[in-house]
Write a protein that binds this ligand. Structure first.
Ligand code: TNX
Length: 524
């Protein structure tokens, strides 16, 4: 008995083997199909990795992540037969582009996909099947058992996004990379960067250097700001690309532009005296036409506009769109277009149409907040529904598509409840179940599946100043939203999600991610 006890204890410390059946696993987003089989695969120090040369990037990322989660450093061995994880591209597979098949046999794990993206998402699923072990408890001979079975999976929506506002508060490249690491685990494939707003201009434009020099110098609260050089931006794009994430740059116009007006007075139309003599205090911040505005570090919205009558404005936006498009491999350029409260509608509409033409000229598709639907949209354009479904419907009626970001469901800057110490609450309190229990196709009867390219969760940062605050508002809500965007409607179920998210809570804890312990989930 003594020997048995000792070996039992040893086994316990290095073999994390409560065997969870595939169908009972905690994968988020929930896959299209899960099938159980007899037996299990054990990952240990002898496990090999084999892959085609085209998959070297996905293989490297898998090795790195496995090492963090298990302490094991997998060796690469082409053609290994036993105890092997094999990544295998099959261009003829009958799968959607981002789909994958993951098979856990007794001697072999295979991830098959038609594209490298499919393979990458398949490896993210595999990583979620590795049992959680405290990093201090790996022991001398770590083993990780995964129940046999298979997963067949592909996304419901092609666009699964998060938006990060780096304008209200600036976050350096390292923070964005950390965020990319986290969100790619949930099969999020677009990261929209809100690169300019009243409080800051965050990307170097070589032909208009004062944008960053002056416009980038501060942020909400009045501390010093910051910006990405074009090299920094390219590094973010590269890092995201490795993780199969497309960067979507946004320059908000014609409103939300005080940082540009502070840098270049020639863009400033000045105060327009309201026709009916009404006192509009917001407009007083615009000062004198042709003169730079003061820098702004508060949190009001809707008081600024570019001069839509001045030809120099169009030279300006063309230079900005060109320089950013040149370093953006993804298909989209986001022109903002929201809350232009001091731009007359008769000026707003032609402005948006010219901006859309310039985006097209530089080879991109236009994305814009839902107000842009007041203009004539191209069929390649996308309106981002955040506030008004009638705007989304107007976009659809023009043949454009919509990206779904209702503020009441997916705004990550909304508080969870009245006690949340950061965030805003103008749209709603959004508890975890609120972020989970909704569907893009039931918001308005005129918005149908075929009109929707996907779902995006924005994080506005008026109240967010550091990594831990980003994490607190983002997790676990982003996991819920990722499931809305990836998983088929019939597979989604709150009870199931609230059980699965526990596993992720443990993993976030181990990784030092400051997530919100929603009372809707039994985390123990
Ligand atoms: C509305 S959403 C805005 C942003 C704010 C946000 C705060 C949108 C297109 N405009 O300027 O940051 O609310 O929740």
């Amino acid at each position: 008995t003594f020997v048995l006890l000792i070996s039992g204890a040893l086994l316990f410390s290095c073999d994390s083997g409560k065997n969870v059946k595939m169908s009972q696993s905690s994968i988020i987003p929930i896959p299209v199909s899960l099938t159980d089989a007899q037996g299990s695969f054990t990952i240990n120090s002898e496990t090999k990795l084999s892959f085609q040369p085209e998959l070297a990037n996905e293989a490297q990322l898998l090795i790195q992540r496995l090492k963090t989660l298990t302490s094991l450093d997998l060796e690469i061995e082409e053609g290994a037969i036993d105890n092997v994880i094999d990544l295998s591209l099959n261009p003829n597979a009958s799968l959607p582009d981002e789909g994958y098949i993951l098979e856990i046999g007794k001697e072999k794990i295979t991830v098959t996909g038609k594209t490298a993206s499919g393979i990458f998402w398949g490896t993210q699923t595999l990583l979620q099947l590795i049992p959680n072990v405290e990093r201090t408890d790996f022991g001398p001979n770590p083993q990780f058992k995964i129940s046999s079975g298979s997963v067949e999976d592909y996304p419901e929506y092609e666009y699964r996004g998060m938006m990060m506002d780096v304008a209200r508060h600036f976050f350096p490249v390292a923070e964005i990379k950390h965020l990319i690491d986290q969100i790619s685990q949930y099969k999020i494939n677009h990261l929209h960067l809100h690169l300019s707003d009243d409080q800051g201009w965050r990307i170097e434009i070589k032909s208009w250097p004062k944008l960053t020099e002056i416009g980038g110098s501060t942020q909400v609260g009045g501390e010093s700001g910051g910006y990405y050089t074009q090299e920094d931006y390219k590094e973010i794009v590269r890092y995201a690309q490795e993780r199969h994430i497309t960067i979507v740059p946004e320059i908000d116009m014609p409103g939300h532009t005080n940082s540009a007006l502070a840098a270049y007075g020639e863009l400033n139309p000045g105060i327009k005296v309201p026709e009916k003599g009404a006192v509009v205090t917001e407009q007083t911040r615009m000062g004198v036409a042709g003169q730079p505005t003061p820098l702004y570090t508060g949190t009001e919205v809707g008081f600024s506009t570019l001069d839509t009558d001045n030809p120099v404005t169009y030279q300006f936006i063309e230079d900005v769109i060109r320089e950013i498009s040149e370093i953006t491999p993804g298909p989209y350029f986001h022109i903002g277009g929201d809350e232009s409260h001091v731009t007359e509608m008769e000026d707003y509409i032609p402005f948006i149409e010219r901006a859309q033409d310039l985006v097209t000229k530089y080879g991109k598709r236009t994305l814009g907040w839902d107000e842009v639907a007041h203009a004539q949209l191209l069929p390649t354009s996308v309106a981002q529904y955040w506030a008004k479904s009638e705007n989304a419907v107007m976009a659809i009626e023009q043949g454009a598509k919509v990206l779904i970001s209702p503020a009441t469901k997916v705004y990550l800057d909304m508080k969870y409840d009245s006690t949340t110490h950061i965030g805003l609450s103008w749209a709603a309190y959004i508890e975890l179940d609120e972020a989970y229990n909704w569907d893009p196709t039931t918001l308005d009867e005129k918005i149908k599946r075929e009109h929707v390219i996907g779902v995006e969760a924005p994080l506005w940062t008026e109240t967010v100043t550091n990594r831990s605050e980003i994490e607190y508002l983002t997790f676990p809500r982003l996991a819920a939203i990722a499931e809305v965007a990836w998983s088929p409607k019939e597979k989604r179920d709150w009870e199931s999600f609230s059980r699965r998210v526990k596993f992720h809570g443990k993993r976030w804890e181990t990784e030092g991610i400051n997530f919100y312990k929603s009372p809707k989930v039994d985390w123990e």
